[in-house]
Structures are given as structure tokens and as C-alpha cells.
Write a protein that binds this ligand. Structure first.
Ligand code: IMP
Length: 439
């Protein structure tokens, strides 16, 4: 039986997926992404080397692994080759044998980036706070049936015509709000050689992944962004434009639901968010200092954009919601060591709206802004957990915190991360995760 394990962030992103996917990748044959684009940012530290990954799955760091960029992704050819060339210069093999780009994935082109900027400028105070990478406009074109798929772009005439048509439309908006318009000929001349260079990587990844599964090879599916940024289930409209949750895997890779063997949630021991949008447990009045402490200790600055991340307490109510949507079999708890310096730690166990407890996660952003988190306060452990590799070696209060989170979200913990290095990890014996790794 082939093993297909999906890894998904349970909060608003940046939960530390990079390290966990990298740890797991060693045990899998394929590492695949199914949604998003270079809005993602994973940083992986291996020894004294550090790799920043945006578009290419983390499997690239491991020799002999095949990386798949699935049909549900949006791919900027400029960003793809910038990343491929950077990783190649760091000594990694970014070759067509190892990297498969779906023929059905959609391209992000320069006008998508311009439209992303325009859209954010138009929204003013209500802006989403996107990564300005053109992700939303590319998905809009996909749903609007005017997008350019990788396979279609291989036909230069088709590419030129489509670019001309799309830029004509885009310029109507761009001219009005930004002044400087785009030149279709210039965009074509910039993109066509990159698409040609990409042709060696282009694959029918649906057939490729399904064949791999049929032949018993194992697949690690790497989610980008996270559950609360999902276009359906996230804090709409402050979300990304793709299906980031487990359900998106089937659509974004062409893989049937019954082929998925397990889902691992990545849960950070506190919360962060980049960009705008509601964030019930954000450390605001009176707690800014704690937020700042966590930001510095946890290096909470975006890998893609360098933006400082907003910091908050762990939100068990939101994470329970994420566990339900994704069907987490187990979770990896990350960045426990960042909390070492706190005297007390608050955990949000529920929300109240206009005095009434919320039964379920609010659908409407302004309601979510108005909720009052219900907190339980746990004592801090005030000692170092950095680099601890056994649950038994954690201070009792840190262990209690881990157990409390697990009880609150109703999912067993399979791994606890106690530092950025691969070795700074507790793998929980007899957990689903330990079994997946042993198989
Ligand atoms: P977009 O994906 O660039 O359209 O941005 C939409 C929202 O998702 C913004 O709030 C971004 O900050 C957020 N976002 C996108 N990618 C990531 C990520 O990889 N980590 C965390 N937040 C992200």
C-alpha cells in the first residue's frame, strides 16, 4: 500500500511546516504541492546552511526525491527560475528529472502582480495585506476561464494572443488606478523564453502522481499558507485565493480522497498572523511587550516579505475548527522553546460574542473581530526546553502545556519541536506520526 501523507498548517501560516516537512521528506519518494504559489515561504536549516523555499517543495533538499508542483498551483516563471537558480547555486540538483511542473497549473504573469498592487491600493484601509505576488488575480483568471495554463503557454502563438487579450483588460484597471500600463509585447518577450526553458519540467503530474501511488511509492503532500487562510474556510475576505485545507489536495493534485492515508496538522504553541484580518487572541493593549518578546525570540518576520508578524496566544477554539476541517490524525507542535521565557501562558478555549458563547467558528470577519476570547491561564515553566528530544525530559509544566493543547483540540500530539534544527525534535513514541515514519 502506498503511503500518502498530507501536511497542513492549522492556523494562519508560518507554523513551522518547513522544518517538519523537511524531517519527513527523507522517508518519502515524492514531495508534492497542490495549491498556492510563491506567496509561501519555508525556511529550512540544515547544519550551517539555510534554504529559503517559496515555490519548490522542500523535498528538493534531499537527494533523490522527486518534487511535484501540482495542477492547483499558480506558477510565476520568473520566480520559478529565480528560485531554481538560487538553489542550484547552493549546490542542489534542480533538474527536470527531479522537479515536475504540472501542465495544468496556471501561470502568474507580470500583469497579475500589477493587478494585485492595484487591488490592494483600491481597498485602502480595507486591504487584505497580500504578499503582492499576483496570487489572487491569477486565481481570478483561472476561475474566469481566461487564465494561461502551463501546457497552453508552450504554444507561443497561443501565449502571445492570450497575453495581448488579458493585458488589454488588465490595463483598463491599471491605467485608472496606477497610471503606468503594461506592454503586451514586452511581457511576451520576457515570458516566452522562460516558458520555453520550463518546458523540460512540464509533466502531466496527475498521471505521474497516480502512477507513483499505484506502484507503491510514498508521497508527502505539502500544504502552503494554512487552514485559516483557506478561501472557503478561512477568515474571508482576509484569506488567500486557494483551497489550503485537506480537501484541496484532491483537486490540486488529481488524487482521489481514498488515496490519502493520513493528515498531519502543524500547530504552533502560540499564534501569529501576517497581513490584515481578524485575530482574536492578538497581544494588544497591555500585552504588546509579550508580543514583542515572542516576535524576537521566534524570529517572527515573514520569509517572503520580511513583514513583522502579529503575535497572539494559542487559540484552541480556532485550532479545533482546523482539526475538524482537515481531519488531523495527529499534530506536530512547534516552537515550544519560544515560550520558555514566559511566567504565565494564556490559551483561548472558546469565544463569546455579545455575551453568548460561540457554538462554531464565526463565518463573518466583523463578528470575529468582535468576539471576546475566553482564556485559561497556565503557569510558565521558566526554564529552557531548547533542543530537548524526549517528552520525559521536558519540565513538568511544559509537558502539561503540551497535554492541555492536545486535549483542547482533541488530537494526539505526534511531535514537539524544540528548536530550528532537525535534531531539536521530540518524536512521540507510538504516535501515528512515528508509525508513518517507521513504515
Ligand atoms: P496572498 O496569498 O498573497 O493573496 O495573500 C493573502 C493573505 O494570505 C495575506 O494575509 C497574506 O499575508 C497571507 N499569506 C499568503 N501566503 C502566506 C504564507 O505563506 N504564510 C502566511 N501568510 C500568508
Amino acid at each position: 500500500m502506498s503511503k500518502v501523507i498530507v501536511v497542513i498548517g492549522a492556523q494562519w501560516g508560518d507554523e513551522g511546516k518547513g522544518k517538519i516537512v523537511d524531517l519527513l521528506a527523507e522517508r518519502f519518494d515524492l514531495v508534492a504541492r497542490y495549491q498556492g504559489g510563491h506567496n509561501a515561504g519555508h525556511s529550512v536549516k540544515v547544519g550551517d546552511r539555510s534554504y529559503a523555499l517559496h515555490l519548490i517543495p522542500s523535498g528538493i533538499i534531499h537527494e533523490g526525491k522527486t518534487c511535484v508542483l501540482g495542477n492547483g498551483m499558480v506558477i510565476d516563471p520568473i520566480a520559478f527560475f529565480a528560485e531554481a537558480d538560487r538553489l542550484s547555486a547552493q549546490g542542489l540538483q534542480v533538474t527536470p528529472e527531479r522537479v515536475k511542473v504540472s501542465s495544468r497549473a496556471h501561470l502568474i504573469l507580470p500583469y497579475h502582480r500589477a493587478l494585485d498592487h492595484t487591488s490592494e491600493e483600491r481597498l485602502g484601509n480595507e486591504k487584505v495585506g497580500t504578499t503582492l505576488r499576483g496570487i489572487g488575480p491569477a486565481y481570478e483568471d483561472k476561475a474566469g476561464r481566461r487564465g494561461i495554463r502551463v501546457a497552453d503557454a508552450l504554444d507561443a502563438d497561443h501565449l502571445r494572443t492570450r497575453i495581448e487579450r488579458n493585458i488589454e483588460d488588465a490595463n483598463l484597471i491599471i491605467r485608472r488606478y496606477r497610471g503606468t500600463t503594461l506592454d503586451a509585447g514586452q511581457v511576451f518577450n520576457e515570458i516566452a523564453p522562460l516558458v520555453e526553458r520550463m518546458s523540460a519540467f512540464v509533466t502531466d503530474t496527475t498521471a505521474f502522481v497516480n502512477r507513483a501511488v499505484r506502484e507503491g511509492r510514498s508521497v508527502l503532500v505539502e500544504g502552503a499558507q494554512a487552514t485559516l487562510l483557506d478561501v472557503d474556510h478561512g477568515t474571508y475576505p482576509f484569506v488567500t485565493s486557494s483551497s489550503t485545507t485537506a480537501g484541496g489536495v484532491c483537486a490540486g493534485l488529481g488524487l482521489a480522497p481514498k488515496k490519502i492515508s493520513g493528515v498531519l496538522g502543524i500547530v504552533r504553541t502560540y499564534s501569529t498572523r501576517v497581513g490584515e484580518g481578524p485575530f482574536p487572541t492578538e497581544m494588544l493593549e497591555g500585552e504588546e511587550e509579550i508580543g514583542q518578546l515572542i516576535r524576537e525570540r521566534g524570529h517572527e518576520y515573514g520569509v517572503s516579505t520580511g513583514r513583522p508578524r502579529r503575535c497572539g496566544w494559542f487559540d484552541a477554539f480556532a485550532t479545533r475548527y482546523a482539526a475538524e476541517i482537515n481531519g488531523f490524525d495527529t499534530v506536530a507542535l512547534t516552537k515550544l522553546d519560544i515560550l520558555d521565557a514566559l511566567d504565565e501562558i494564556k490559551v483561548c478555549t472558546g469565544y463569546r460574542l455579545k455575551g453568548q458563547p460561540c457554538e462554531s467558528f464565526p463565518a463573518v470577519s466583523h463578528e470575529l473581530r468582535g468576539v471576546e476570547p475566553v482564556y485559561e491561564t497556565l503557569p510558565g515553566w521558566n526554564s529552557s526546553t531548547e533542543g530537548v528530544t524526549e517528552l520525559e525530559s521536558l519540565p513538568a509544566r511544559a509537558r502539561d502545556y503540551v497535554e492541555f493543547i492536545s486535549e483542547q483540540i482533541g488530537v494526539p500530539v505526534g511531535l514537539v519541536s524544540t528548536g530550528p534544527e532537525r535534531s531539536q525534535t521530540i518524536l512521540v513514541r507510538d504516535s501515528a506520526l512515528a508509525r508513518w515514519l517507521a513504515d
